[in-house]
Design a protein around this ligand. Structure first.
Ligand SMILES: Cc1cc2nc3c(=O)[nH]c(=O)nc-3n(C[C@H](O)[C@H](O)[C@H](O)COP(=O)(O)OP(=O)(O)OC[C@H]3O[C@@H](n4cnc5c(N)ncnc54)[C@H](O)[C@@H]3O)c2cc1C
Ligand SMILES: NC(=O)c1ccc[n+]([C@@H]2O[C@H](COP(=O)([O-])OP(=O)(O)OC[C@H]3O[C@@H](n4cnc5c(N)ncnc54)[C@H](OP(=O)(O)O)[C@@H]3O)[C@@H](O)[C@H]2O)c1
Length: 381
């Protein structure tokens, strides 16, 4: 073992030892990756996330350099004052797959007076309009629309640094020593007739060569999103989509710990046939008496949408019984819609099954369960 401490500032260069799609035939791409932590000394617990520093696609780097009329070997100074080639800076350090406001403002400043410049200034004065404009464009798109000149250094000075992305770990270290598994939904879209990818998910999907590519990673520990110390406690896990990731880790850990607590998993995805992530593992766990209940919601297998919160409401009585007998309640996945809808469903269950007034039901979920007893825990993004 190296004795070196790896963290956000000093990531470990890890090898990806397995990479495969778990949503074949669904039209979306969700991948399972196994990352080796051998020789790193890195430890983690279920509930932790893996931090990953992505790099920009090399074709995009080349195209961007060509667009600003520079050369790969031109040198620039980074924010730390260190000199590097333009190609390396764009590959490893700066965000170019989406443009930022600083770049757009610099373009507007360089434009000649006239209607185009005024139109852009109107956009720049309105936050929502800027967000809308930048949502679909990278630096190349903007320079196609407004061809202005930048020196390599000027260009670099308008960019923001690449930040690491987090992935909920989908393995227990007890079941997979010296490995970390992640479950990643690839962000893909097409704008102005060019295929686009999310920076990290595109990097993982397009660049990884198994047992060859090394990626900079570190562990982002959680304090809150942990399984109960007392393994006789029951747990309810709500994990639609990639929200399933930490619950694979939780269940593996609970099996290793030979706990007597019951486990109930809610999973939701688009189609049972193509996106029932880790189905065989859940069925095996059910067969062996490790997973007591598995409730699924496949949203697009029928005309009307069925989501995890509908299944929760359909099991109100039993959910309430579990909660009353001390069960923990976990939610992971989409923050914007799913987590809010699940939260409302939980309040509804407290109201109807607990026969509580609306304010009392809200107080029970928001204060008692979440804050006082810390039995309602979320990892949402
Ligand atoms: C604690 C935590 C745990 C997480 N766990 C997981 C996990 O287990 N699995 C997982 O997959 N993700 C997880 N995430 C999300 C993950 O960190 C990244 O945010 C995600 O993978 C996207 O990263 P990216 O670099 O590929 O995309 P980015 O380059 O950051 O791009 C994402 C952006 O693309 C935008 N976008 C999407 N579609 C379009 C479109 N059609 N047109 C224009 N823009 C669009 C989105 O609005 C979004 O802002 C987690 C996040 C957190 C904070
Ligand atoms: N921050 C980021 O950059 C980033 C990047 C990637 C993903 N995410 C978020 O992470 C989430 C996970 O993505 P994913 O691909 O794993 O799965 P997902 O998009 O969350 O989809 C999983 C399942 O949840 C369903 N769903 C949609 N709206 C819902 C709601 N209000 N309540 C409950 N279920 C709902 C989906 O149904 P339908 O699709 O059929 O409606 C699908 O069956 C995304 O929703 C996204 O918001 C964020």
């Amino acid at each position: 073992m190296s004795g070196i401490i790896y963290d956000r500032k000093n990531p470990f260069m890890a090898t990806v030892t397995e990479a495969y799609c778990i949503s074949e035939g669904s039209g979306k791409e969700t991948n399972h990756y196994v990352v080796s932590l051998k020789e790193s000394g890195i430890r983690y617990k279920p509930g932790d996330s893996l931090g990953f520093y992505p790099s920009n696609n090399y074709e995009l780097v080349k195209e961007t350099i060509r667009k600003i009329g520079a050369k790969k070997k031109d040198t620039i100074k980074g924010k730390d004052g260190e000199e590097t080639t333009l190609a390396d800076a764009l590959h490893y350090k700066f965000t170019i797959h989406r443009a930022g406001k600083k770049f757009l403002s610099a373009v507007a400043k360089k434009m000649r007076r006239g209607k185009d410049k005024e139109d852009l200034e109107v956009i720049l004065d309105d936050r929502d309009e800027v967000d809308k404009y930048l949502f679909t464009r990278d630096c190349i798109d903007i320079l196609n629309e407004h061809p202005v000149q930048f020196t390599p250094q000027e260009f670099i000075d308008t960019l923001s640094p690449i930040t690491p992305r987090l992935y909920s770990i989908s393995s227990s270290p007890k079941s997979h020593p010296r490995e970390v598994h992640i479950t990643v939904a690839v962000v893909k879209y097409n704008n102005f007739e060019r295929d686009r990818f999310g920076l990290a998910t595109g990097d993982l999907s397009n660049r990884i060569e198994v047992n060859k590519t090394r990626i900079p990673v570190y562990i982002q520990p959680t304090k809150e999103f942990v399984i109960p110390d007392d393994s006789s406690k029951d747990i309810i896990m709500i994990g639609p989509g990639t929200g399933i990731a930490p619950f694979r880790a939780f269940l593996e850990q609970r099996i290793e710990e030979k706990g007597t607590g019951k486990n109930w998993l809610f999973f939701g995805e688009i189609h049972e046939k193509s996106t029932f992530f880790y189905k065989d593992e859940w069925f095996e766990a059910m067969k062996n008496g490790h997973l007591q209940k598995l409730t699924t919601a496949f949203s697009r297998d029928q005309e009307h949408k069925i989501y995890v919160q509908h299944r929760l409401l359909g099991n109100s009585e039993e959910i309430w019984e579990w909660l009353q007998s001390g069960s923990y309640f976990y939610v992971c996945g989409d923050k914007q819609y799913m987590a809010k809808d699940v939260h409302s469903a939980l309040i509804e269950i407290a109201r109807t099954e607990g026969k509580l007034k609306k304010e009392d039901a809200e107080n029970y979920i928001n204060q008692t369960l979440m804050k006082d007893e810390r039995r309602y825990l979320r990892d949402v993004y």
